[in-house]
Design a protein around this ligand. Sequence first.
Ligand code: PHE
Ligand code: ZN
Length: 895
Amino acid sequence: MNSSEPVPSGKTVYLKDYAPPSYIIEKTELDVDIYKGETFVLARLQFQCLDERPQALTLDGEALELLDIAIDGKALDSTQYRCDHRGLTLHNPPERFVLTTRVRILPEQNTSLEGLYRSRTIYCTQCEAEGFRKITYYLDRPDVMSDFITRVSADKNECPILLSNGNKIDGGDLDGGRHFATWHDPHKKPCYLFALVAGDLAKVEDRFRTASGREVTLQIFVEEKDLDKCDHAMSSLKNAMRWDEQVYGREYDLDIFMIVAVDDFNMGAMENKGLNIFNTSCVLAKPETTTDAGFQRVEGVVAHEYFHNWSGNRVTCRDWFQLSLKEGFTVFRDAEFSADMGSRTVKRVEDVAVLRTLQFAEDAGPMAHPIRPASYMEISNFYTLTIYEKGAEVVRMLANLLGPADFRKATDLYFERHDGQAVTTEEFVQAMEDASGRDLTQFKRWYNQAGTPRLSVTDEYDQEQRRYSLTIRQSTPATPECAEKLAFHIPVAMGLLGEAGELALKLADESLDDLPEDNTHRVLELTETEQTFVFTDIPEKPVPSLLRGFSAPVKLDYQYSRADLATLALHDSDGFNRYEACQKLALATIQDAMLAYQQDTLAEFVPDSTLVQVYRLLLEDNSLDQAMLALMLNLPSEAYIAEEQEVIDPVAIHFARRQVAAYVGSELAELFRLRVSAYDPTREYRAQSDDIALRSMKNAALGYLMLLPTAEDLHLCLNQLARANNMTDEMAALTALVCCEDNTAQEQARDALTAFYQKWQDEPLVVNQWLALQARNPIPGALERVQALLQHPAYDGNNPNKIRSVISVFCNNNPLNFHTGTADEPDAGYRFLAEQILQLDSKNPQIAARLITPLTRWRRYTGDRGQAMRLQLQRLADQPGLSPDSYEIVSKSLN
Ligand code: PHE
Ligand code: ZN
């Protein structure tokens, strides 16, 4: 068959059409013989019919060349099966049979990075969600779970290492300089968890003793040159293994756990049973090349993939509509792990920032979908912030509603009840209900209604009665799947601040006996469209601290005065809400500046002084965690400000934000300078949270100073750049220099960028950071700079990390330049993006489709801009042979 036949676009799959498989595959035996330029896959599959024998059985298969086919050892003739570009249909199959197929595939030519492909010198697989069908004909669905034996063979010199899932049970030399290895996975699994690796890899090895005393061998396989960057991943892995035993009672279940790092990977990493495959960017780390954020990402992703061994592998998804069952839960687990390893509040603030900018935007756009969608065209498009991040928020709400003891009972029950099964989100919530006795019927609306609920809160204080009442209204905007929303069950964690601190709380319907121990904190459960909560014995008009810890993924409106916000920023006992008060105060200040920009008076604009007063007090408070302080001093991102605007004006946002930042920088210059000069750039690097905190505050200070630098500031920056012994400080100084508009700084920046590249050109992950810095640099002319970068020898248009570093970063994180294009062509940014998408679409549709996101937001922008964006979407829609991936996003966005 011809693998280049176009796949028809636009077929929708519906959850309501789910039917269990008619056959299961009890046993899967694969022989994968890798040769230069082509690979042969021999599959022996033991099929068993589950109920009534169907007239035909269709196996999935794509880009396969069928060489042989037999049932129970007898070759089939052409009347007994049919083959097309989607799969293989067996006519009148027996009740129970062994199907043998032999296919030829071309990993070297596989640029989609799905199925078996070659990354540099390494052969590897990526099967989630539907990549296994590019390896052999199969029932490529997660509810078909099989016992896998995999024999891999290849040239012994080229591929000394041969890996697959489970335990190695055989191996040896073959004729012609070849060798083989046979692996058996004792746990039944769906084929999306299959993995195979062959290549010339070096490894680091360690051991872990499980709680019950079993020894597990831990191996990380990388290219020889990266052997010195594995320590952090290894210690993160051991921490994660220990944590899952302690917090969830989950032990690892094989004798060996392997991680392989590859350069070309569509996502962060993949939880294949016993053989995780990682994007190098999520596993390699060492101080000289990796920023603090990079270290934290490695820790988080290593843990995430490890945690999938239970939440994903032992208990897997029935179908892909249930994706959040494993992803939302696992993101929640990894977030809690990271919170325990570092600073809980900092982790929470960082996660909420991502959720509120990117996920909220998704939930308000044409691709909005519930965390359990009811339909999709291309499942790869549903690995979204909604499925992952909002899914994690929903699990977090459950965990908080149940409380730690019942939540643990519930997860124990879930894992025990469904071990070895492929289940749905219903069954997850059922375990929560059964373990806690709570009725979660209404709560389940979070699973099938999309959109971000908006809470409008008003209050009233009655001095005479000493009563304080809070009225909360909820409403959720229409989203594509549903216009009229039913009320959500929303936990609103809160407290009340008085003059002297937190007030003791008593709700009117609470009896004195059942007041909680911490009597200054409550979780109000909002279940109606509008509800009023009355507190009694409140001695003064309080400032409400609402949605503490961001207790629900909602937008919240309450008319705070700036003085209220200052009170919360300085005195709230909830760290998240202190941060949130700073954000609200900064947002209000920036919005004033935007008004001035629109009235052409930005140059004379003087911001309200509350923000700077609060920042000053915070800077002078030595008791504050420095990482928290840095976050509180961080102005809301341009993306977050945009998310708060009805109609987005990216130019006003940029200049207004910049003006406020420059004002803060100059008002607090002395305090900032102290922070920077007090820091010894040669101090020994540790990736621990208190050190990370120090660096983040100091680098935030440097960033402020470099907005309008004095000669001394410039010197401080250059000094840090020259003497830094770690990438966090080096990159922070380079960033501050490169983004500085000062003329002398600009000259220095050009040299510094060249020198940096020369120093780091052999480290692809550092080069990615260098590319990304230039792509997000807001100084005018970014599009031209980005176009030049695409011609740079460091760029590789087939490597997702490079594509992301340049194209995604420019289009998503450089809004000023993306939306203003070039001097003569204001729509040049949009056209650039469309061209890049078209070039990539046939090579790697998953990455191409992801690039479209910024254009899908066209409705949010003013007339000309919105129309110009739309025009580029239309151009993509008109492209014959557009991939189903891109087609889905383009067509839904134009609708
Ligand atoms: N399941 C992977 C994770 O969440 C993500 C992934 C999806 C990777 C699809 C590759 C392809 O960790
Ligand atoms: Zn995951």
